[in-house]
Design a protein around this ligand. Structure first.
Ligand SMILES: [Zn+2]
Length: 534
């Protein structure tokens, strides 16, 4: 009599079938995360954070950036567009725009206004992005019923992943200590965001200061705490633990960026967004794109082999464990899908490498000298308009007015540059296929080349040589230390396992599109990683 309904309910409880689509997708980008951080610090990760991802998820161990300029804006744009700077237009964090006659910041937009920040906060939007993102495609596929929100301390880390049609993107304004947005998305912050800002969580986090999670002597994966090649964030007297941060509360909100608490702050705001906006509540898939910027600021200052970075990742692991717990509780295990990756990785600090007999240098080719020899030979004074992303932009207006042959001037400059012992190769960006480079490397420069926004001459420095300051380190080259990034999927629809097959950051968007059964972004060149799926 009552056997049938009982049987049905017993069955559904036992099988716990996954829904046809995830209720929520959470994209996690960790700014500057190297692939090896998953393993170098693994022994002291907990069970519920990064180790859970490896245990339950699918790891693509050989994921690379398929273009040369490995920087933040290009990375965020390429992951979410499945495309490269050649097609999505995001050449770098900045580039030179010939029509405007000036440098352009990737997400600048003078046509909008900042909402919720200090007067100093510059207005931002995704206007410079040319293609759709996976988040745009989700909005299009659901008649805009899917909710899409992007969040990061860095404006570009929140804006580019959220795409053109997002409900919102939020970023952190150091002037006010507030999460802000722009009129591109809305005319007023939602009440929950204003309340979060009023709580001044940033000050509470600064008051915690920063000491190591474990006794400092146990950080055997890292170099000594006090090294001359380490930078001093916010002008602290020494680059050593403990860092007194309470002094910045209420005064220097930007100080949070170079601390592990920056990720705690970002994930707290992300949790608030999920709850208040009811993301992952109904059956229409929502998408939260969160990017953790602080590991990049910390990495630039101290380098990958510093105690500061080891401690940052041990703490990030705990923050992610809390975040995953919250998603299990509020959205439900099996109902959410996540992936973790990075916009780029990073080089070791040159001073640290040299100290260990590995060749490295902060390098700068002689721009004044080069310009002087061009002037002597061609009579063109100051031919270089800009130098960005290791590309030289030439002043063609000036050259044309003097009737100077463009190609002849370029090849003269390239010949001069190639005399510099710090330069691996300088070549003509107008004919990349003619460059004397292995095909795989040449392909990356083609993927990063953009006639509208790119320069005329490409400079490749030798491995471990890069433009930078006396302390700290950076990224931006095609070399493996900058271009090998982590990629792990976990949750709804994901099979447990791993592959060593070469995959690319541009494969993420088409893989998500296949899983969600939606159209891939307009400029997609990546391929579906079929192994990820159940
Ligand atoms: Zn960076």
């Amino acid at each position: 009599m009552i056997a049938l309904p009982m049987l049905a309910s017993a069955q559904s409880a036992a099988v716990k079938k996954e829904p046809a689509a995830p209720k929520l997708v959470v994209g996690i980008m960790v700014d500057q995360m190297r692939w090896d951080y998953f393993y170098r610090f693994n022994a002291r990760y907990g069970e519920k954070g990064l180790k859970r991802m490896l245990r339950e998820g699918f790891a693509c161990e050989n994921t690379f950036i398929p273009y040369a300029q490995t920087v933040t804006a290009a990375g965020h744009a390429s992951v979410y567009t499945g495309s490269t700077p050649a097609i999505n237009g995001i050449m770098g964090n900045e580039w030179y725009e010939r029509d405007l006659g000036r440098g352009v910041y990737c997400v600048e937009d003078a046509g909008v206004k900042t909402i919720g920040g200090a007067a100093s906060a510059k207005p931002m939007s995704p206007r410079n992005l040319w293609t759709t993102t996976i988040t745009d495609e989700l909005r299009l596929a659901t008649n805009f019923r899917s909710k899409v929100i992007g969040i990061a301390i860095k404006d570009r880390g929140g804006i580019l992943p959220a795409g053109h049609s997002a409900n919102a993107a939020y970023w952190f304004d150091p002037g006010s200590g507030h999460w802000v947005t722009s009129t591109y998305y809305m005319n007023q912050l939602p009440a929950w965001a204003t309340r979060f800002n009023e709580r001044k969580v940033v000050d509470s986090l600064l008051r915690l200061d920063w000491n190591t999670l474990y006794p400092i002597g146990t950080y055997t994966q890292s170099d000594a705490d006090d090294r001359p090649w380490e930078g001093r964030p916010n002008n602290v007297p020494k680059p050593t633990f403990p860092y007194a941060l309470a002094q910045f509360a209420g005064k220097n909100y930007g100080a949070i960026s170079t601390t592990p608490q920056g990720s705690t702050l970002t994930l707290s705001f992300a949790k608030e967004a999920i709850l208040a906006e009811e993301m992952g509540k109904d059956d229409v898939t929502d998408f939260l794109a969160v990017s953790l910027s602080s590991p990049d600021y910390i990495g630039h200052t101290f380098g990958p082999n510093s105690i500061e970075i080891e401690d940052t990742y041990l703490r990030l692991d705990r923050d992610l464990a809390d975040f995953f717990d919250m998603l299990d509780q509020k959205v439900g295990k099996g109902n959410w899908l996540t992936f973790i990756t990075a916009d780029h990785a990073v080089a070791h600090v040159p001073g640290y490498l040299k100290n260990n007999k590995i060749p490295a240098e902060v390098a700068a080719w002689n721009r004044k000298g080069l310009e002087a020899s061009v002037e002597q030979r061609f009579g063109v004074k100051a031919p270089i308009l800009d130098y960005d992303n290791y590309q030289i932009y030439l002043n063609y207006k000036l050259m044309d007015s003097l009737k100077v042959d463009r190609a002849a001037l370029r090849s003269f400059m390239i010949e001069e540059l190639n005399k510099d012992p710090q330069i691996l190769l300088a070549f003509d960006n107008h004919d990349i296929s003619a460059a004397n480079l292995p095909t795989v490397v040449k392909e990356r420069f083609l993927q990063g080349s953009n006639r509208k926004r790119g320069g005329d001459i490409q400079v490749i420095l030798k491995p471990h040589f890069f433009a930078g300051g006396a302390t700290g380190t950076t990224h931006g080259s095609w070399y493996a230390y900058d271009s090998h990034i982590p990629l792990v999927f976990m949750g709804w629809g994901v099979k447990q396992g791993k592959t060593y097959r070469e995959t690319y950051m541009t494969d993420i968007a088409p893989t998500l599109a296949a899983m969600l059964r939606i159209q891939m972004p307009s400029g997609t060149i990546g391929k579906v990683i079929g192994e990820v799926m159940k």
